[in-house]
Design a protein around this ligand. Structure first.
Ligand code: GLY
Ligand code: MN
Ligand code: MN
Length: 427
């Protein structure tokens, strides 16, 4: 599948071109301790190569059907491998990762020059740390009085568009990430106890991810009570109180593909009347928005539908007053719903791909995966509403595949209807 992607990219690059794609650097955490390494998403998409310090080079010649793939990577090194683990090395790059040629990463500056000479276009991530290196390479070529490439082209849009439409193999991996994440959320509902710490509940989630070969796709949010109103709450260090809801936004990354699920449920297993009333509004909005995830609909259609139902619900419950359409035009709902209804999902949790084309909302197409995640967040200090509503934060988030027919919810294996949640939590 990686070869097929490189071939498609080469075809789009045109003749006499070169694409240079580097992976992410190792991220330093603190003295002598790095974060666990995770390759750059687009680099991985094209190469399947998980090691750091690697650069992929794709060159086309007189015809874009004819191309070569060179992988610059770390050489094998017995001492370094004893300390830091296995490396594919030059032979592995060719044998296991299908490179036509492979070269030590230290030789990149030297070896790239010949590849660049007489090429017309260089595709790379403009705005990355390659900017300076490419300028230097071009200067070197010019100082040798050779023909340097004249066009520097932004590579991202080409790869982003490819990544936006998922193949059946990708969907399988996303389904696996979704299944693991559903199991994790189910376990959280089953194991929660009043007075448990938020981080202890997070540990239940992480346990299921890790047991299944996954890692968190992003920092999990486990927010009890008013912490559920903080959109990016990641401290997860407070006790979970009986009578509060807990909002968990957590998704597994499996073989580089992410899931992204939010569930909100009562710490003691029973929704209060206010929690129930708001939850039902969010759930209704979520079901209706999911139903709009259909090929041909605008990407923004699910958001418009969610906003309409949420605003109507806020008016019905007395949290907003006035004409619903007017409140929507004035964006009055933003007091309680201040984010969008979703995003692309894939190798990145906020996956790549344009949301608009020439300023126009793009139509959904089969193979795209979006999240649908409406919510309502009543700030704990919002004195424009009755006290009973304050500090309630609710979001419900699922991952939805666009098909030629019905929307396909990848994350359907964890309950979200009130009765089903209460039943599951009652054991
Ligand atoms: N978990 C990040 C998001 O929902 O967008
Ligand atoms: Mn999301
Ligand atoms: Mn999320």
């Amino acid at each position: 599948m990686f070869t097929e992607r490189r071939t498609r990219l080469a075809t789009q690059m045109g003749a006499n071109s070169i694409a240079i794609i580097q992976t992410s650097p190792v991220a330093y955490r603190n003295n002598d301790a790095d974060y666990k390494y995770r390759a750059d998403s687009s680099f991985y998409y094209l190469t399947g190569f998980p090691e750091p310090e690697a650069v992929a080079v794709i060159e086309t010649f007189d015809s874009p059907d004819e191309y070569t793939y060179t992988l610059f990577c770390r050489e094998r090194d017995r001492d370094m491998e004893i300390w830091n683990g296995y490396r594919a090395g030059i032979d592995g790059a060719i044998e296991d990762f299908d490179a036509d040629e492979a070269c030590a990463i230290e030789l990149l500056d030297e070896e790239i020059i010949d590849k660049l000479i007489n090429k017309e276009k260089v595709y790379y991530r403009i705005g990355s740390s390659l900017d300076t290196r490419i300028s230097q390479w071009i200067k070197t070529i010019q100082s040798q009085r050779q023909q340097a490439p004249e066009q520097l082209v932004q590579l991202n849009p080409l790869i982003d568009e490819m990544r936006l439409i998922k193949s059946s193999q990708e969907i399988e991996l996303m389904q696996k990430a979704a299944d693991i994440s559903c199991e994790a959320h189910t376990r959280a509902m089953q194991t929660i106890q009043p007075n448990m710490m938020e981080y202890a509940l997070e540990a239940e989630i992480n346990y299921i991810f890790a047991k299944n070969g996954g890692v968190p796709a992003y920092s999990s949010i486990v927010g009890g009570g008013k912490n559920g109103c903080i959109l990016h709450y990641v401290e997860n260090n407070q006790p979970l109180q009986s009578g509060d809801l807990v909002l968990i936004d957590a998704g597994c990354e499996y073989e580089f593909y992410a899931a992204d699920i939010t569930r909100t449920f009562p710490v003691n297993g029973k929704f209060s009347p206010e929690q129930r009333a708001l939850y039902e509004v969010v759930l209704k909005a979520q079901y209706a928005a999911i139903d709009a995830v259909r090929a041909g609909n605008s990407y923004y259609e699910p958001h418009h539908i969610a906003v309409k139902i949420l605003t109507q619900g806020l008016v019905d419950l007395g949290l907003l007053s006035g004409d619903v359409d007017k409140l929507i035009v004035e964006e009055a709902y933003r007091q309680f719903y201040m984010h969008g209804t979703g995003h692309w999902l894939g190798i990145d949790v906020h996956d790549v791909g344009a949301y608009k084309i020439k300023g126009q909302a793009r139509p959904l197409q089969a193979g795209m995966v979006v999240t649908i995640e409406p919510g309502l967040y009543i700030a704990p200090d919002d004195d424009t509403v009755e006290e009973k509503w304050r500090g309630i934060g609710i979001r419900i988030e699922d991952d939805v595949l666009v098909t030629e027919k019905e929307p396909h919810v990848l994350t359907a294996n964890v309950v979200k209807d009130i009765d089903a949640i209460e039943q599951l939590m009652a054991g």
